[in-house]
Design a protein around this ligand. Structure first.
Ligand code: GRF
Length: 193
């Protein structure tokens, strides 16, 4: 069975969606471990509440850096847990060589825009500021760039005239929660994981 490891920094709603998809029989997988760079992140509480092994990545007080030694440790923890595929779910640090080399082509990310448009932080606010009529959600393979890896799946989400950052983000998240489990299932099938 496909074994997933999840890295996240925030609320963990995408992790929850993956768990729910597994529970609903839409994704044949198990989540072996959830790791967060934020000790007080809700994703960790949610994982523990569901009996999923959860741990903190100590980023040594750095605001956005993900120190190389820590990336090596994370790779080891994921390997020890038997992880086949790593899913970033709201993980706010850039993954670099130590982790990318340990899981080549095997780290996915979900991003709330139609990449390559609006990479980086708070993509829904970028879309609103740009005045686009449509944005969306992208699942892609992670490379060393910022939201630049090969795109696996995208879905368009309309932007309405009365949208606020909150309403647009909420609409994007509904789509994220459907798209991520589907993309994981399809990618794992292609790779025969
Ligand atoms: C999502 O909007 C995702 O696209 C972005 O960060 C957010 C994470 O939300 N990368 P959650 O922690 O899964 O609720």
């Amino acid at each position: 069975m496909l074994t997933l490891g999840i890295l996240g920094s925030g609320s963990g709603s995408n992790m929850q969606a993956i768990v729910d998809a597994v529970g609903a029989g839409k994704l044949d997988a198990r989540i072996a471990v959830v790791l967060s760079d934020q000790a007080d992140a809700r994703i960790l509480d949610r994982a523990r509440g569901m009996g999923i092994a959860a741990g903190v990545i100590d980023c040594e007080g750095y605001q956005s850096r993900f120190p190389e030694e820590r990336q090596k440790e994370v790779a080891e923890r994921l390997r020890e847990a038997g992880v086949d595929l790593v899913c970033l779910a709201g993980f706010m640090r850039m993954v670099k060589e130590p982790l990318l080399e340990a899981f080549p082509g095997l780290i996915l990310n979900i991003h709330p825009s139609l990449l390559p448009a609006f990479p980086g932080m708070r993509a829904w606010e970028q879309a609103l500021a740009a005045g686009v009529a449509e944005t969306g959600v992208t699942v892609h393979v992670v490379d060393a760039g910022m939201d630049t890896g090969p795109i696996l799946k995208q879905e368009v989400v309309p932007v309405y005239g009365d949208d606020t950052a909150d309403t647009l983000h909420a609409r994007l998240q509904v789509v994220e929660h459907e798209l991520y489990p589907e993309a994981i299932r399809e990618y794992a099938a292609v790779l025969d994981l």
